[in-house]
Design a protein around this ligand. Structure first.
Ligand code: F0G
Length: 340
């Protein structure tokens, strides 16, 4: 039988030993699917755009790649609990893996800014939830302070094991595509994931151009300074002062890529396009890289070659945003006539 979970699959490339108690939910090995309608819309040939469906991980986001390793290592090192700040997905993933490991999980969330699906995951996995009346950056400062308490491991992406786990996404893309993409597109929030992918590509001697996309109202890396009051419909990336700032800029510069910004309107248009035209339902933040590709197409600047867009989280995470697209729904009596 094939190994289950990404630690088993990639253990030679990860900091684990035979003694590491592996906490897994069978994460990784997510589909890479062609997006020929997107390719056509941006003037690339069929097969020119692929989507990496990270929303198909066990808790519905890419965070599981980092969390399997971070929680396994926390357990190995004798922690009794894990702790994080989160715009939602990290807390959902931490809560699930902690539940499986038998560890406490405390999550600091920006009050009122976490999508409904993500919050319900933290609730059901038994996380101890602290709502912070402030933004993610402020919640993270509190989590970092709280993590000084003995027995707790911080499982935000400042934890190097998170980055190690997430770099496996790059290994999979190269394996699935049969080669490295020429251009790699992804959303950027706290900037851990772009750091992780770039590390992963470099470790296997590949170097796609890295294109990171921030929301226009939360675009510190584009502006070159922190944003005090970040705002965007893509709540997952509503972050004003990314922890992995420097390594994200390094990924951009070493790869000859770009970090750009897309407006909420552009994000929502791409979000709808993916669902309507490709049958792929991702959360708003995950549509940012596709919005970026559309934006480059408008400017006549689509880079040549094969592009992979990482769709980081599932659409079901954020049912609230779908309300904006609700069509007129007909209601009829059971057995009544319905004209088509
Ligand atoms: N996409 C989604 C769906 C996310 O949840 C996040 C981050 C990102 C992209 C950005 O990744 O931070 O590594 O640059 N979510 C974090 C959280 C902040 O708390 O769930 P990044």
């Amino acid at each position: 039988m094939k190994p289950v979970g990404l630690i088993a699959r990639w253990k030679d490339r990860l900091p684990v030993t035979a003694k590491t108690p592996i906490v897994t939910l069978g994460e990784g090995n997510t589909p890479l699917v062609r997006a020929d309608r997107v390719a056509q819309a941006v003037g690339l040939p069929p097969g020119g755009v692929h989507l990496k469906l990270e929303g198909l991980n066990p808790t519905g986001s890419f965070k599981d790649r980092g969390m399997t390793l971070a929680v396994s290592k926390a357990k190995e090192q004798g922690a009794t609990g894990v702790l994080c700040a989160s715009t939602g997905n990290t807390s959902a993933s931490a809560a699930a893996y902690a539940a499986r490991a038998g560890l406490r999980c405390v999550v600091f969330l920006p009050a009122g800014k976490v999508a409904a699906g993500k919050l319900s995951q933290a609730v059901m996995h038994g996380a101890e939830i602290v709502e912070v009346t402030g933004n993610f950056d402020q919640a993270l400062a509190m989590a970092m302070e709280a993590a000084k308490k003995k027995g707790f491991a911080l499982v935000n992406s400042s934890n190097p094991f998170r980055i190690e786990g997430q770099k496996t996404g790059a290994f999979e893309i190269v394996e699935q595509l049969g080669r490295a993409p020429d251009n790699h597109f992804m959303p950027v929030g706290n900037a851990g994931n772009i750091t992780a992918y770039w590390k992963g590509y470099k470790e296997i001697g590949r170097a796609p151009r890295m294109f990171g996309w921030q929301a226009a109202g939360a675009a510190p890396l584009v502006l070159g300074h922190p944003v005090k009051n970040p705002q965007t419909v893509a709540t997952a990336i509503r972050i004003g002062n990314p922890v992995s700032w420097k390594t994200a800029i390094d990924a951009r510069d070493e790869s000859g890529g770009e970090i750009g910004k897309v407006t909420d309107a552009e994000i929502l248009a791409a979000y709808r396009f993916l669902a309507h035209e490709e049958g792929v339902f991702c959360e708003p933040a995950s549509a940012a890289p596709v919005a970026g590709l559309f934006k480059l197409a408008k400017a006549g600047r689509v880079p040549k070659g094969v592009a992979v867009c990482v769709l980081t989280g599932h659409g079901l995470k954020d049912p609230g945003t779908t309300e904006r697209f609700r069509p007129k729904i007909r209601r009829v009596k059971a057995g009544g006539a319905v004209r088509l």
